[in-house]
Design a protein around this ligand. Structure first.
Ligand code: SAH
Ligand code: SF4
Ligand code: F3S
Length: 454
């Protein structure tokens, strides 16, 4: 009766949204690998398809239904051969709109939220008899029952250390889709990092919706913050690089700021601010001001002078005046970012901002977004150009589109393209940066003896 009897089942997972979803997709593949499923790159002929979805903005949600429509004929083709394709919707859309998905897409077999995927083996058995909906927030954390072994992460890996959010920014669905804040115990995290490093991982990104709100139980019985956790993870000898994302300005404490002097902690920090207007920040319930954000940036730059920053911005939030928007532009000028994400406000059902007065006309929001993005692009390009001529250690983790091309990441999270021997994949090499573009750099290997030997 065991599902694992058939070792050759094909699993296709498509992932949208944040890195937490990317991590979750890896972990689902790990769980299902023990059930005989092997990950494949195309949904055709797959025995199971999982759409791991994002609910953050309206557009993200719409994509799920258009994808489901495209997958349906593939499922029917499989059924015409007398076989089955289990179709599952996971992630934050599943959490928020579970019943609606089942209604609108009758061919979907399973709908489950981000906190329940460790129950996949049981859900699959159940799905052979009935449609499954699982959008509970179970009392026991999923982390307690995930497999210890990772089968699907490479030289640069994610480790979830914290999940959920208690901040309730008025525009955001995350507190509703991911539930309340939970931090994993320090020892479990360190053990997971060690396993990854033993299997060749050189870079670990510690993940959480509010990663710097981390307060996990330490091996000494005390509560540890993120700074102390990073210090502990950095002791893993063969681990070369540590990153963490996503942080909230409110939780940037002194211990964490000081930890940025640690060489293994990469000099690039994503710190979403959303707006430069104190009026809008208050309406967003961010509980920090624009000057508080400026102060944090200054302190961080003191701890690590070469630290580069990225952020998230929302334009066209209800009530955003021209002056509020200009305050955002000024903040961007003051900080000088290495890169940023910016979005038009999207009203999400069930969030407080969805009922706010003062809607901004789409045309105005689009104009503001274009101006903000032009400024951000300018800063990003000049940051990239400022690295020309420098020699940066680059971790190569991808092949480029062109034959012989390798792609890696600089310490500042820039994509770096080189022509190089494929044997350099999964290694860190000193690269002299030769050109800087909007979204990438090109470089050359700095020839030294060890390279010549390769
Ligand atoms: N936890 C992170 C980010 C979560 S979502 C934080 O605290 O900042 C990622 C980004 O999506 C947010 O930073 C925000 O800029 C954007 N976002 C979230 N909800 C949105 C909405 N309703 N409309 C537009 N952008 C949104
Ligand atoms: Fe959403 Fe705010 Fe929580 Fe970030 S801190 S996940 S933006 S509610
Ligand atoms: Fe999207 Fe859920 Fe992440 S809504 S951004 S996938 S937490």
């Amino acid at each position: 009766m065991t599902q694992s009897a058939n070792k050759n089942k094909k699993l296709y997972i498509k992932t949208w949204g944040c890195q937490m979803n990317v991590y979750d997709s890896h972990r689902m593949a790990d769980i299902l690998s023990a059930q005989g499923y092997k990950a494949v790159d195309s949904p055709e002929d797959a025995d199971m398809v999982i759409l791991n979805t994002c609910h953050i903005r309206e557009k993200a949600t719409d994509k799920v239904f258009s994808d489901l429509g495209r997958l349906r004929p593939l499922k029917e083709a499989k059924e015409a051969k007398g076989e089955k394709m289990l179709m599952a919707v996971a992630g934050c859309v599943a959490q928020a709109e579970g019943e609606f998905i089942l209604e609108r897409a009758p061919y979907v077999d399973m709908v489950f939220g981000p906190q329940t995927y460790h129950e996949l083996p049981e859900m699959i058995i159940k799905a052979s008899g009935e449609r499954v909906v699982n959008t509970e927030f179970p009392a026991q954390s999923k982390f307690d029952s995930l497999p210890e072994e990772h089968t699907s992460q490479g030289v640069s890996a994610f480790v979830s250390i914290q999940e959920g959010c208690d901040k309730f920014c008025t525009f955001c669905v995350v507190p509703y889709t991911r539930g309340s804040e939970y931090s994993r115990p320090v020892q479990k995290i360190v053990d997971e990092c060690k396993k990854l490093v033993d299997n060749g991982t050189l870079e670990i990104t510690l993940l959480g919706q509010n990663v710097n709100a981390f307060h996990g139980e330490g091996p000494d019985g005390n509560v540890w913050g993120l700074g102390k956790l990073i210090e502990e993870v950095a002791k893993i000898e063969s681990l070369a690089r540590i990153r963490y994302t996503t942080s909230h300005p409110r939780d940037m404490d002194e211990a964490l700021i000081e930890m940025h002097a640690l060489p293994k902690l990469m000099p690039f920090l994503h710190l979403p601010v959303q707006s430069g207007s104190d009026k809008i920040l208050e309406a967003m319930n961010r509980k920090h001001t624009s000057n508080h954000f400026r102060d944090i940036i200054e302190k961080l730059r003191k701890a690590r002078p070469d630290l580069a920053f990225s952020s998230d911005f929302i334009v066209g939030f209800p009530g955003e005046s021209d002056q509020d928007f200009e305050d955002t532009m000024q903040l961007v000028r003051d900080v000088n970012f290495a890169s940023c994400y910016s979005f038009k406000y999207s009203a999400r059902p069930g969030t407080p901002a969805a009922n706010m007065q003062g809607l901004i006309h789409d045309k105005i929001a689009s104009e503001r977004l274009a101006r903000l993005q032009a400024l951000i692009n300018e800063q990003q390009r000049s940051f990239n150009e400022s690295t020309i001529g420098q020699t940066l250690p680059v971790l190569f983790d991808r092949k480029g589109k062109r034959e012989g091309q390798l792609v890696g990441r600089s310490p500042f999270n820039q994509s770096v393209y080189i022509e190089g021997n494929p044997r350099l994949m999964n290694t860190i090499q000193d690269i002299k940066i030769t050109e800087g573009f909007d979204n990438s750099l090109t470089g050359e290997i700095v020839t030294n003896e060890s390279i010549l030997r390769i």
